[in-house]
Design a protein. Structure first.
Length: 94
């Protein structure tokens, strides 16, 4: 599982191979988040990269699918766990 903190961001890049060689996809890959309350996923215009931003605490998966030669390609999901940043932790005053 990939760790992030709220307001943390990362990027992801799609690449496809067939028999170890780069493969061309048909159209634009589709990216998504299994839990938009935890992660937002904003793909680039060509769909080959996406920006992933943590917006809430919890767990989510980043998904990506594409078409190649009429066949649907689905990347293994990226599991992400988002924690509150330490600076937002509640203070205890005694």
């Amino acid at each position: 599982m990939t760790p992030l903190v709220i307001d943390g961001a990362m990027s992801a890049k799609a690449s496809y191979t067939c028999a170890g060689k780069p493969a061309r996809v048909d159209g634009v890959p589709v990216w998504g988040s299994s839990n938009p309350a935890v992660l937002t996923v904003t793909p680039a215009e060509d769909g080959m990269t996406a920006s992933i931003v943590a917006v809430g605490a919890g767990d989510a998966q980043v998904t990506m699918t594409a078409q190649a030669g009429g066949t649907a390609l689905t990347a293994p999901p990226l599991d992400v766990h988002v924690d509150l940043p330490h600076a937002d932790a509640a203070a205890i005053v005694v």
